[in-house]
Design a binder for this molecule. Sequence first.
Ligand SMILES: [Zn+2]
Ligand SMILES: [Zn+2]
Length: 175
Amino acid sequence: MNIYLNLKEELRIDPYRELVFHIPLSQLELPEDYIVVDGEEVKVNLHLLKNKDEYIITISVDTHIKMRCDRCLAEYPQRISFSESVIFTKKVAKHNELSEEELHTEYLEDEEDFNLNQFVREEIIVNTPMKLLCRTDCRGLCPFCGVDKNIKECDCERRIWKEASPFSKLQRLIK
Ligand SMILES: [Zn+2]
Ligand SMILES: [Zn+2]
């Protein structure tokens, strides 16, 4: 179930509004790497501002979503925290108008039917760190025996280094 906002109606009396939503994670249709736990919600703060033909929407999110560590593959709560302003305009941008600011400008299809879930989903994806780590010093899995090195020590790297070193040949000769 998507939440649709009628921006025109929300800002009919005041040119500025603050809204708070609690959206169930399961209704954001996030990609698979986001592990959705039943009953979990994301709190979204919205600031709406109307400026002529444009709406400036500032979204703030500070939440934790379960994800999988790139190094040890364990599930952990990834903090996702951001505040971003996006200009939604009904005007179609011409090519010669492209500027630095264009990056944060999006075309507004229907000001009376603004898909909030889609906006929140896109902003969460864009603001998720590229590198997912359960902790900055995660030691990951051993590439040889697969043990989680955060939990257990293994001997693989030392053994392989020893086997590859020129001294190991020498040692074998002596034996
Ligand atoms: Zn990890
Ligand atoms: Zn190992």
